[in-house]
Design a protein around this ligand. Sequence first.
Ligand code: ADP
Ligand code: ASP
Ligand code: MG
Length: 410
Amino acid sequence: MRIVVQKFGGTSLGTAELRREAMQRVWEAVDQGFSPVVVVSAMGRQGDPYATDTLLELMREVNPQAQGANVDLLLSCGEIIAASLFAEGLRALGLAATALTGWQCGITTDDVPLGARVLRVHAERLWDVLRQGRIPVVAGFQGVTEQGVVTTLGRGGSDTTAAVLGVVLKAERVEIYTDVDGIKTADPRLVPDAPTLQVMSYREVMELAHMGAKVLHPRAAEIAMEEGIPMQVRAVQHSTGGTWIGHGVKARAAKGGEQVSDRVVTGIAHLGGRAQVKVGGAEDFHASGLAAKVFQVLAEAQVSVDLINLAVDSIVFVIDEAKVGPARQALDALGLDVQINTGFAKVSVVGAGMHGVPGVMARVVNCLTAENIPIYQTSDSHANISCLVLEEHTPRAVQALYREFHLDSI
Ligand code: ADP
Ligand code: ASP
Ligand code: MG
């Protein structure tokens, strides 16, 4: 059986016309002799009746502090509605299809609310459906704990479902259909002309995604990489083009005379809604053991931290604005001096090839300084340099760095 996983994002299912396009892609896969496994997201974006953000808003009207299993259960419904309708749409076209929830698919996860990780997949039912010659249409973004609690995989998590099923079913490839024709050197919402990267390594995609490029969930690239399942990101309206992701895809492309890559910088990513936390009030955070306590209480409160600067007399880091409440509560219990400022964004220059290349940091700082964009904090790794800037400066910062690193002509 030649299996291809085809994932359709919410943006690709928002209208009847787009759903017809999506079903056409499934039809083409069948026509080419594949057994497709379809994964769908909740249809549309905020404001559309069954979109994830709409469901979240509905829940917040009932309880603004709502969190935990009840929220996961409600959010999982968006994908179930999409799967049921999509499967029936395929049947109307004459293709046998069966809609499955995440738990009917045997997707078992840990119990972290709104961000569970897949532990294993009991795929017997999925195989049964495939062996019957039917197309499974799986509700993305969801699973179930060993205790039977419904979970969701974090925003954008249908990509993860697709990658997990690709690995479990040993698919020939995983196709991710979305509202852009591939992964670009910057978010096309901020840089409309940004070119599409034709081939990328898993690592490049993971870096870009971790830094905020939401076109693909970073876990999806990570999972596909473990088994070397090739992925393709492309627009739902086209049966060709897009971005190929895999091991050695660059080499293959080079052989065919296509794009060869030795790029230092792959792209610019950005992530808004950041808050900067400054912790003081201790003479020596290390000797007193308070530094370790600060991070321990944050971990217990499920707050992840980023851009961490540890000094003897202060600790500065960045969190998601949505976590300001739990972070403040956790830190106040330590009796320290805590300042939290919201309204920041993280803008990152990403490239697996920048390791050891001198001058990249100098160019980043020069470029933002020339644009009069203050940098509040930075961090770097072998494959990225991130700057914390005011959220209102994000578009200008992204556009300036895009020009600085010539990402229009990659
Ligand atoms: P879907 O509903 O298909 O999962 P998403 O909204 O999650 O779609 O992801 C697609 C969006 O990702 C695009 O509309 C685009 O604005 C955004 N995006 C951010 N960075 C990039 C990038 N580097 N290349 C392409 N798209 C990007
Ligand atoms: N519907 C979920 C979300 O909006 C999952 C996804 O789209 O991948 O985050
Ligand atoms: Mg997405």
